[in-house]
Design a protein around this ligand. Sequence first.
Ligand code: ADP
Ligand code: F6P
Length: 319
Amino acid sequence: MKRIGVLTSGGDAPGMNAAIRAVTRTALYKGMDVIGIRRGYNGLLNGDVFQMDARSVSSIIQRGGTLLFTARCLEFKEEAGVQKAVESCKKLGIEGLVVIGGDGSYRGAGDLSRHGIPCIGLPGTIDNDIASTDATIGYDTAMNTVMELVDKLRDTSHSHDRCSVVEVMGRGAGYIAVNTAVACGAVEVLCPEKNYDLNAIIAKMQASRKIGKQNFIIIVAEGIGHSEEIAQTIQKETGIEARATILGHVQRGGSPTVRDRVLASRMGNYAVNLLEKGIGNRVVGIRGNDLVDYDIQEALKMTKPFDDDIYDLTQVISI
Ligand code: ADP
Ligand code: F6P
């Protein structure tokens, strides 16, 4: 392959820049041209692209967000949109593509691969809800951001003898919630993978109060939602002042952690190695500390086990 493209698609995630950098630098190292495509699949449809060189990716490894911008592109979901993107790749001489995004972006990469443009998907999302990898790019940073913010909330919660109900992102998944619950010493975590009983939580809080616990952190995954109502019910039933805080998009920003920078750099490099061999229709993941790749359609059919051990731990060590 002489020329490849790279794009970011779906929600952004810290570490996407590190992945773009690794793709670009690896390709240049191998003597390939690299085309940066702006705003996901939109850039392919609109020809919003630029030639990248080694300096295009200078000083971005430490930055959150994505220098290529990102977007959701409805037109690309239709067959006509895919055809148009294929034509665009041909016109631009793009022989292979690295797509950094979530499951939706993988589906698009599968479509393009089927139409003769070999694509490699890299898992870029804070939610960690991609089954073909143990960890996604951005997940570790988002959890660290949540941890820092909840530590700050705990200060004020402690001063006022309050309960903080904290809603964290994750779309339909509770990976961020359950891990940050352990890291922040939360008394409870509510996540979509597990049933919860608010009455039992209230009883637990009352029992903990009797043995001297004065302030409480409860983590709620956004897939559960209703954090405001949960806080109100807790306050009404326990007499403990409760406040709900929805952390929101701040969880998607910030400088990526070491773990995310290294993961993204390794995956970006791996993707180009596959394309160089003419291999497409694959997604890259990490199992343990080893990088792996799977057929896109097979990857999309996989299911991801929940962190049951971590969840059980929250039930034992938070009293
Ligand atoms: P994510 O990649 O984070 O899961 P989305 O589900 O929003 O985010 O998908 C990002 C983009 O991927 C969409 O805007 C669209 O351009 C493309 N995409 C999503 N689903 C499909 C699909 N079924 N077929 C083709 N392209 C898709
Ligand atoms: O997938 C990443 C994510 O931040 C989810 O955690 C959240 O549900 C969603 O994207 C928010 O999307 P938007 O940026 O469109 O509000």
